[in-house]
Design a protein. Structure first.
Length: 195
């Protein structure tokens, strides 16, 4: 029997001014923030795709599924709700096999980080990639059993508690950890990643 294909899901918002990277936009202007995100998406798509896994863009809003501003990859809508609702729906709705969800605004992420995430899911039911601000840049589930019903319930998103809250919703005793990587939220995050 063939093993189910791993799936990498990249959470993206259509890179339109005022709709994406709004905190960064407050610092550098909404047009520049949208341009940064659009460029970041092109770079990310080239940097993390691999024949070893399927790469899918989870797009918000759902009406942007056919946007020409997004990389030419398979696309699905994120649907309604907060980040936890949307990620939980992706974990429950995709075909069988390991799923690794990543953010699109992580400049240091490489194909090797994604490969390490899928490798960790060979031995663990879950994997998480911490960020230094208390959040996380990646979360993956092996999905060899049903996805927990309370996954992401009560997580304080965009706070220093996001990763700890998320881990508290996982019913697994073993969760692998990937290296710490940082996302770009505000202008002060840009110098650390070389703008």
């Amino acid at each position: 029997m063939d093993r189910p294909r791993p799936r990498l899901v990249i959470m993206v918002k259509e890179p339109r001014p005022g709709r994406v990277k709004t905190r960064l936009g407050q610092d550098i202007g909404y047009v520049r923030a949208a341009w940064w995100m659009r460029h970041r998406l092109r770079t990310l798509a080239r940097g993390v795709t691999s024949p070893g896994w399927d790469t899918i863009l989870a797009v918000a809003p759902d009406t942007a599924l056919n946007s020409p501003m997004l990389p030419d990859l398979a696309r699905i809508g994120q649907g309604p709700g907060d980040l936890g609702d949307r990620m939980g729906r992706l974990f429950r709705g995709l075909p069988p096999g390991p799923v690794l969800i990543i953010g699109a605004d992580i400049p240091a992420i490489t194909r090797a980080h994604v490969a390490a995430g899928f490798a960790a899911l060979g031995d663990h039911p879950a994997v998480i990639g911490p960020a230094s601000d208390g959040g996380f840049w990646a979360i993956g589930l092996k999905r060899s059993a049903a996805v927990p019903a309370g996954l992401f319930a009560g997580v304080r998103w965009s706070s220093p508690h996001a990763m700890a809250d998320t881990l508290a919703t996982l019913p697994f005793s073993r969760v692998a950890r990937l290296p710490v990587l940082n996302d770009v939220d505000v202008a002060s995050d840009l110098p650390a990643v070389g703008r």
